[in-house]
Design a protein around this ligand. Structure first.
Ligand SMILES: N=c1c2ncn([C@@H]3O[C@H](COP(=O)(O)OP(=O)(O)OP(=O)(O)O)[C@@H](O)[C@H]3O)c2ncn1[C@@H]1O[C@H](COP(=O)(O)O)[C@@H](O)[C@H]1O
Length: 106
């Protein structure tokens, strides 16, 4: 999963400066951060709607759209996927410590 997202992150960074007439990434980038952010919101809502309808195939498709547009937004902000993964791993470490602390000593 992380490898797939890293590959897509690279593709997005390369396509940002492509010809907007042949590249969706370049076209959306040219429309500005507000439009990219709007698309992230729309795809999130579509994912929720599919989930509430128990539409599993829909959730898979909308989740892919959501992750793609989120990566586009992160690229626009020059935030890397590694920055986000580092934050998730930091939280995992914090909750791991908290979990250990709440366990009775052997
Ligand atoms: N993963 C994706 C991907 N997922 C979704 N989309 C596009 O996202 C758009 C979302 O669809 P919508 O119907 O919501 O939006 P729309 O009607 O096209 O546009 P709006 O006017 O509503 O904003 C569609 O045009 C999809 O083609 C994607 N476009 C590109 N990629 C990846 O990005 C790479 C580079 O793409 P290009 O920049 O087009 O070369 C591709 O090789 C793919 O790997």
């Amino acid at each position: 999963m992380r490898e797939t997202l890293h590959q897509l992150e690279q593709t997005i960074r390369q396509r940002r400066s492509a010809d907007p007439s042949t590249s969706y990434v370049a076209k959306l980038t040219a429309r500005g951060r507000g439009k990219i952010a709007q698309k992230v919101g729309e795809e999130a809502v579509e994912t929720v709607i599919a989930a509430m309808a128990d539409d599993r195939a829909g959730v898979v498709g909308e989740s892919a759209d959501l992750l793609f547009h989120l990566l586009l937004l992160l690229a626009d902000l020059d935030i890397s996927l590694d920055d986000v993964c580092d934050e998730l791993e930091r939280r995992e470490g914090v909750s791991g410590i908290a979990e250990k602390a709440s366990r009775p000593a052997d």
